[in-house]
Ligand binder design. Structure first.
Ligand SMILES: [Zn+2]
Length: 165
């Protein structure tokens, strides 16, 4: 499957108005549209993507027609609720975008990040990797174990049912 981080980093994170501030932790990552800017050129967005994956050679892609196509495709798919579980009626798209956005990516350690690659992603096809992704968040809030398992299952359902690849 196509990597979920690849989809969100390319389709959304690279068009953040405050990309630099958020990358450096000076601003929170937003979850709604007005924080994204359509006027950022494709080559600038590619430069941003390269910066995001500079420690993970397996996530590198060339700046070519495929990258520009993916960028447009992910962007429109992430703008629509219909590609997500339950037609996004209970916020599945938000869960997805937040989990696989900039903070989600930064929250992984290097070993975890290196399990991801744009196509046929090992990290995204393995539920144990989702548990890892969630565990950082769980540590912070310390919920009961049963709540943690429910959260992971909810996320996994949202991701598995996102209908684009
Ligand atoms: Zn992945």
């Amino acid at each position: 499957m196509t990597c979920n981080f690849f989809k969100v980093l390319v389709g959304r994170v690279t068009k953040l108005v405050k990309f630099r501030e958020i990358l450096e932790g000076r601003e929170e990552e937003p979850d709604e549209g007005r924080h994204y800017h359509n006027g950022i050129s494709p080559s600038e967005r590619y430069a941003r993507y390269v910066e995001l994956v500079n420690e993970t050679p397996g996530m590198t892609v060339p700046y070519d027609v495929n990258f520009r196509k993916d960028m447009k495709r992910f962007e429109s798919q992430l703008s629509s609720g219909k590609f997500f579980a339950n037609n996004n009626k209970t916020g599945e798209r938000g869960i997805f975008v937040k989990q696989f956005g900039l903070r989600g990516w930064q929250g992984l350690n290097l070993y975890q990040r290196r399990r991801h690659s744009p196509k046929d992603c090992v990290g995204c096809s393995n539920i144990h990797d989702y548990v890892d992704v969630m565990s950082k968040k769980l540590d912070e809030s310390q919920p009961k174990v049963s709540e943690g398992v429910a959260l992971v299952e909810e996320l996994f359902t949202a991701v598995k049912l996102s209908g684009f690849d």
